[in-house]
Design a protein around this ligand. Sequence first.
Ligand code: SAM
Length: 247
Amino acid sequence: MGSTHFGFSSVSAGEKRQRVMGVFSSVAGQYDLMNDLMSGGMHRLWKRRMIASAAVGLGGRVLDVAAGSGDIAIGMARKVGAAGRVVLTDLNGAMLAEGARRVIDVGLLPGRADCVQSDGSELAFATASFDQVTIAFGIRNFVDIEAGLAEFYRVLKPGGQLMVMEFSRPVLPLLDLIYDAYSFNVIPLLGEKITGDRASYQYLVESIRSFPNQRRFTKLIEAAGFGLVRHENLTAGVVAIHRGYRL
Ligand code: SAM
C-alpha cells in the first residue's frame, strides 16, 4: 500500500501504523477518563446499544477487534454467558493491557475472556472461528480498512454477524456545525489539559472527519462480501453502528 491518511496529513502506510501506535501508547492510561469527559458519558450509552443489539446469543464465540480497555468485550462476555467465549484483540500492547486488567477486575477468567495482541487487518485466528465480530471506534485507525473488513469476513462463521461502531456524519445541519466547533476547539484542549498530549486528540478529531460517511462505509462493507448491510445512527449520526452478515 502507498500513501494513506493520518488525520489530515498524507503519510506512508508504515508511518501511519507507527503514529497510531504512538497515539494509543500515549493515551492508554487516561483513555477511559478521556472518553467520559469528551462524550459527556455518551459513549457508555452507545456501547450499551451495540452490545444489546448484537445477534450472538448464549454460548457464542465473539471476537472484539481493537478492543482497547475492553468495554465492548466485557459486555459481550456477559451476553454470551459462562458457556461463551470472547477474545479481545488489539494492535497496541498498552491498550490491550488495560483491557486485560479490566477483564480480570470484573471476574472474567481466561477461557471466558482472552487477550491476544494482533493487527486487525492480519488477524491471528482461524477462518470461520467466530459467531460475532465487533469493533468499536477502531477501524478508522487502520492503515488498510478494506484489508480489515476482509479479515473480519474470513474469521466469521457463515451466518455470523459483524458490527462496526464508528464516529460518522451528523444528519442534522445545525448539529453538524455545533459538533465541528466542539470537536476542533474543545477536544484537543481537553486532551492537552488532562493528558498533556494535544496532538493525539487533534489526530482523533481529524481521523473522525477523514472517515467515510454512512453510505460510503456501507459500500466498503458490502465490497468485502458481507450481506444485509444496514446502519443505525446514534445521536443523530455522530456515531453509527453498521451491521452485516457473512451469508
Ligand atoms: N474498542 C475500544 C473502545 O471502544 O473503547 C477502544 C477504541 S480506541 C479509540 C481504538 C483502538 O484501536 C486502540 O486500542 C488502538 O490500539 C486500536 N487499533 C488501532 N489500529 C489497530 C489495528 N490495525 N488493529 C487492531 N487494533 C488497532
